[in-house]
Write a protein that binds this ligand. Structure first.
Ligand SMILES: [Zn+2]
Length: 80
C-alpha cells in the first residue's frame, strides 16, 4: 500500500470515527417541553446510544465503532 492509499484510508476512518460524537440527544422525537415523552440523555448521537461517562464513550468507540471501520476498510482494500 502506498502513502496516498494509506492517508486516504486514514481520512475515511477518521471521518467515520468523528460521526460518533458524544453529546446529548432526545430519546423520543418530542421533548417534554413540547408535550412528548422524550428525555434528554447523554450519549453517542449517531447511534443514539446512552453513554454516561467518558469511559463508556471511549468503550463505545473501541468496541462498537472501530471494528466496523476496520472491517469496512479491509473489505474495500480486498476489492481494489
Ligand atoms: Zn456511536
Amino acid at each position: 500500500m502506498d502513502a496516498d492509499a494509506k492517508s486516504e484510508l486514514l481520512e475515511a476512518a477518521q471521518h467515520e470515527l468523528m460521526k460518533h460524537h458524544w453529546d446529548t440527544f432526545c430519546t423520543e422525537p418530542l421533548s417534554i417541553a413540547e408535550g412528548g415523552k422524550g428525555v434528554i440523555v447523554p450519549g453517542c448521537v449517531a447511534c443514539r446510544k446512552l453513554l454516561y461517562t467518558n469511559n463508556q464513550y471511549l468503550s463505545h468507540l473501541a468496541v462498537d465503532v472501530l471494528p466496523q471501520i476496520l472491517e469496512d476498510v479491509l473489505k474495500d482494500n480486498k476489492n481494489s
